[in-house]
Design a protein around this ligand. Structure first.
Ligand SMILES: [Zn+2]
Length: 222
């Protein structure tokens, strides 16, 4: 579902649908600014999800964080991969996911929901999910073997098994979230492409040698 996303004077995008909840703060960074993230991890393109309570240094390896602690902002860094923020309106637990193709193929979005269910009794029906700026199907061409791993999430054409093809990482993650029970009305996607909008965003595909990173983060305030 599309909702309005606004770019603040601090250079951070925010989703109106989440701004309706005054007890949270969140944001998706740009070249001009990033939201605060007190807890981050060393991202390794895995499907591993950590509870922020167990993260005592930034060297912990994972690709998604969850927490229900107040004022514990959790964040991920991306430059083309999909940043996804989760919010449970009932338990007020939150999550932040870094989903590249490997993490997506290994179902990191589904894993993050499962971890929130285990640690905070979150139910998928109470979850809001917001997808930030990432490389989109217009710009993301991959080899057939990668495309095949994403085809089961509706992100690629399983029939064209040869050569390169365009895949839609954001769609694959929306698929996983919905398959796990998140309502499509509660999934919001900014639909912005990091590679197309190079003045606003860092893009690994555009600058493979020296991409900066944007931070996407979320915190519960009360
Ligand atoms: Zn593009």
């Amino acid at each position: 579902m599309s909702s309005s996303f606004r770019l603040g004077s601090d250079g951070v995008y925010r989703c109106d649908a989440l701004q309706a909840f005054v007890w949270q703060k969140h944001g998706f960074g740009t070249r001009k600014g990033n939201p605060e993230a007190r807890v981050t991890v060393q991202q390794i393109h895995s499907a591993r999800v950590c509870n922020a309570a167990g993260v005592r240094h930034a060297g912990v390896q994972a690709d998604a964080l969850v927490t229900d602690r107040i004022r514990e902002s959790i964040g991920v860094r991306t430059a083309d991969c999909v940043p996804i923020l989760l919010l449970d309106v009932k338990t007020r637990a939150v999550g932040a996911i870094h989903a590249g193709w490997r993490g997506t193929a290994a179902e990191i979005s589904a894993n993050a929901l499962r971890k929130m269910a285990e640690d905070f009794d979150s139910e998928a029906g109470n979850i809001y999910a917001v997808l930030g700026p990432c490389i989109r199907v217009c710009c993301y061409e991959v080899d057939a073997e990668v495309a095949m791993q994403l085809a089961r999430f509706g992100a690629a054409d399983a029939e064209s098994a040869r050569g390169k093809q365009k895949v839609d990482l954001a769609a694959a993650n929306r698929f996983q979230l919905q398959a796990a029970g998140v309502s499509p009305e509660r999934i919001f996607d900014c639909e912005l492409c990091t590679r197309c909008l190079s003045e606003q965003f860092y893009s690994y595909r555009r600058q493979p040698r020296d991409p900066g990173r944007m931070i996407s983060s979320i915190a519960r305030l009360g």
